[in-house]
Each structure stands twice: as C-alpha cells, then as structure tokens.
Design a protein around this ligand. Structure first.
Ligand code: AP5
Length: 217
C-alpha cells in the first residue's frame, strides 16, 4: 500500500502517519523529517534547506526530490509500501513522484487530504513541543508533560520547532493555500483522492483515516 498524506501544516499528518505506519507495518517517510535531519547533521542539503524552512517557504523541488528518491530506494520501502507525509507540495513534485514510481513499476493507492480550519492549526502548532534528547512529542492541548516545559522521560527542557513561530506559521499556511492546495485536483483527476475531517480527538481522526484507507469512507 502506498499512501500520500496531504494537508496544511499542523493538520495532523505526522501524528496520524505514525499510527498508520504502525498499524500496517510500513515505513513513515516524512520529507520535513528528512530535511530536519539534514539540517541537524549540517549536510550540504541541510545548509541549503534551512533558510527556506526557517522562512516557512518550500525548499527547492530538486533538493527535496533527491532526498526522497534516495529514501524510496532503500530496502525497507520496497516490500511493504509506505506512508508519505509532506511530499508532494506542488504540481511539479506530484508529477516527479508519479514519474519515479512509474520507473519503479509502482503507483499510489490513495492520496488523503486532511481538512482542518486555520484557527485549529494555529492553536495546535503554537502548543507543539518535543524533547530534544529523546524526541518525545508533546502538545499543550492533547499531551501535556507532567512538569510544564520538561520531558516526562528524561527531564530535558522541551523545545519548539523553529518554524512554529506565529509569523512563520502564517507564511506556511499561505504557501499551502497557494501551492499545495492545487494538487488536490491532480489526485482528484486520478480518482485516488479521499478527504478526511482532521478535527476531533486523535482516535476519532485515526478511525476516519483507516476507513478512508480501506475504502469505506
Ligand atoms: P513539514 O515537517 O512537512 O511540516 P508541515 O507540513 O508544515 O506539517 P507539520 O509537521 O507542522 O504538521 P503535521 O500536519 O504533520 O501535524 P502534526 O501531526 O505534527 O515541513 C516543514 C518544512 O520543510 C516546510 O515548511 C518546508 O520548508 C520543508 N519541506 C518539507 N517537505 C517539503 C517538500 N516536499 N517540498 C519543499 N519543502 C518541503 O500535528 C501538529 C500538532 O497538533 C501536534 O502537536 C499534534 O500533537 C497536534 N495534533 C494532531 N492531531 C490532533 C488532534 N486530532 N487533536 C488535537 N491535536 C492534534
């Protein structure tokens, strides 16, 4: 099964992708994570990408595509399919992905679009944090740490993502509306687009998602 999760920043793509990946035992491939690793490790790609990410802009297509292509060629991806989160972000990326998959003799099964209103997104992203040591995610609304600002596991001070600053969140939302929204029609035309309401409790969204993946939505 090959799935693409689409939706604005903070729609819950990463949260739900992890659940899907565990349920169907397939890798979760997030281009945002691949880029953040590259930034953390100080690679050439990371050095190029950081300025775009900090500004809430899309990283140039070819830079992201190269990272993704290398990941899709790894052994764990070949057998089980995957859940792709954060790619594609515009029409050119959607076409690049289809071309690559065709070369590999593959195709996408579903493109799932999360629908979440902007006011919910801003609230979610402003409350998001994680532990820099163990990576555990927290949120002021859904999963608060026992001691405010400190990780439950190792006590490390929690950190916010650099691009979760209110100005950058607004910019990311505009980029989504201007560029990523347009690819919904691309997948609609292919007959593989399914919409999922992304508001409500995590478990409710997860149940809707499974129904969408399994064709009951
Ligand atoms: P990326 O990392 O992909 O960020 P994003 O798309 O902006 O999405 P987020 O990770 O912010 O949100 P999400 O939808 O995964 O929500 P989450 O599950 O975390 O990209 C970052 C940057 O990298 C881009 O701006 C760009 O610069 C670059 N980039 C990446 N891919 C690229 C590409 N293909 N091309 C070019 N550039 C690229 O949830 C958010 C919060 O809400 C969490 O705290 C969570 O706990 C909470 N939450 C989730 N669901 C619920 C719920 N149902 N109820 C309450 N809270 C919830």
């Amino acid at each position: 099964m090959r799935l693409v999760l689409l939706g604005p920043p903070g729609a819950g793509k990463g949260t739900q992708a992890l659940r899907l990946a565990a349920r169907y035992r397939m890798p979760h491939i997030a281009t945002g994570d691949l880029l953040r690793f590259a930034v953390t490790w100080g690679t050439d790609v990371g050095l190029r990408a950081k300025q775009y990410m900090d500004a809430g802009e899309l990283v140039p297509d070819q830079v992201v595509f190269e990272l993704l292509r290398r990941r899709l060629e790894q052994d764990d991806v070949a057998g089980n399919g995957y859940v792709l989160d954060g790619f594609p972000r515009n029409r050119a990326q959607a076409e690049q992905l289809d071309k690559l998959l065709a070369e590999m003799g593959q195709s996408l099964d579903r493109a799932i679009a999360f629908d979440v209103p902007p006011e919910v997104i801003v609230r979610r992203l402003s409350g998001r944090s994680s532990c820099p040591t163990c990576g555990r995610p927290y949120n002021d609304t859904t999963s608060r740490p026992r001691v405010p600002g400190a990780c439950d596991v190792d006590g490390t001070a929690l950190a916010h993502r650099d691009d979760d600053h209110p100005d950058v969140i607004r910019r990311r939302l505009r980029v989504f509306e201007q560029q990523t929204g347009a690819i919904l029609s691309y997948y609609q035309e292919q007959g593989i687009l399914v919409h999922v309401v992304g508001t409500g409790r995590l478990e409710e969204v997860a149940a809707r998602l499974v129904a969408a993946v399994e064709g009951a939505a």
